[in-house]
Design a protein around this ligand. Structure first.
Ligand SMILES: NC(=O)c1ccc[n+]([C@@H]2O[C@H](COP(=O)([O-])OP(=O)(O)OC[C@H]3O[C@@H](n4cnc5c(N)ncnc54)[C@H](OP(=O)(O)O)[C@@H]3O)[C@@H](O)[C@H]2O)c1
Length: 264
């Protein structure tokens, strides 16, 4: 397959616009899942484990299929980067999904997320396999590549550890929200989101590409506001006011009263 450059630019710009559109559209409310779920009566839900599995797996399968059907000579840099992308989605599909203790997911949100993962998996896979140049130029950018990979794996470790802490706040079957402690939650209230954002900006640095940058911008626009709302929620629960002093992912600010309550 040759490089569809116009398609790559078009999809990347579309993902950036989607992220920015989400930022504007969700200034006051968040995408309806988890803590922010608002269901109108006929809305269908899917168990969280199944929903995360089904929506994330296309981001793993799309690049793997592209890799298997590519007849271009194998270049280490490309496969290392695509392997890095797939490592994240392998973890999300086969580990996170199967362990989550989250509440059921709205069907519509799951379908939209699955569509996005398919699109993004195709974009990153197609770009890396068929468009990126990793020959002489690549060895010149070697340090940038390493820095990006280090950022990616540090972010991934933060994300996985923070998701582990959140998951273990609940006993099986529980749905209440508690105050997370330990790890980076001692310093930031959106530690899992911080890790994910660092990951994708690290990936953008390592690949130095528009598609990877577009996904990093999308992630920041999607989970940045959620981190803000979670932080507000934590700070303004009564117990949080006494004992919770961490920050969002930036230095602490004062927020209006939260509509949520937190139990310990
Ligand atoms: N790259 C992207 O654009 C993107 C977009 C979305 C998500 N993600 C990633 O996907 C993962 C999950 O995202 P998310 O939005 O579902 O994260 P989240 O709202 O922080 O929730 C993560 C899990 O922990 C539970 N949880 C959260 N706060 C809790 C608390 N205070 N007490 C007890 N349980 C708590 C949630 O349960 P409930 O479900 O019941 O709330 C859910 O099962 C994260 O690692 C995130 O970075 C990435």
């Amino acid at each position: 397959m040759h490089c569809y450059e116009d398609l790559v630019n078009c999809l990347s710009s579309g993902i950036i616009l989607m992220g920015l559109g989400h930022l504007v559209h969700h200034r006051k409310t968040q995408t309806s899942y988890g803590r922010h779920m608002v269901l109108s009566p006929p809305a269908r839900t899917v168990p969280a484990r199944l929903a995360w599995f089904l929506q994330e797996i296309p981001a793993l399968l799309a690049p793997l299929l592209l890799m298997l059907t590519s007849h271009k000579p194998s270049i280490t840099g490309k496969h290392l980067l695509l392997g890095t992308f797939c490592t994240h989605y392998f973890q999300r599909t086969f580990v996170y999904s199967l362990l989550t203790r989250g509440r059921p997911f709205p069907l519509g949100v799951m379908v939209a997320a699955g569509f996005f993962c398919t699109l993004n998996g195709f974009l990153q896979g197609h770009y890396l396999l068929h468009c990126a140049h990793f020959d002489d130029e690549w060895s010149a950018d070697y340090r940038l590549f390493l820095l990006g990979l280090v950022l990616f794996y540090v972010g991934m470790a933060i994300n996985i550890h923070s998701d582990y802490i959140l998951r273990n706040l609940r006993k099986p079957g529980e749905v209440s929200y508690k105050i997370p402690t330990g790890g980076l939650f001692e310093y930031v209230s959106g530690a899992n989101y911080l890790g994910e954002i660092v990951e994708w900006f690290g990936f953008a640095v390592a690949t130095w590409s528009l598609p990877a940058l577009s996904f990093a911008v999308f992630s920041l626009s999607f989970i940045g506001p959620r981190a803000y709302y979670h932080h507000r929620c934590l700070r303004h629960s009564k117990k949080a006011e006494q004992s919770y002093h961490s920050t969002l992912i930036l230095p602490c600010q004062t927020y209006p009263t939260s509509p949520y309550s937190i139990s310990e």
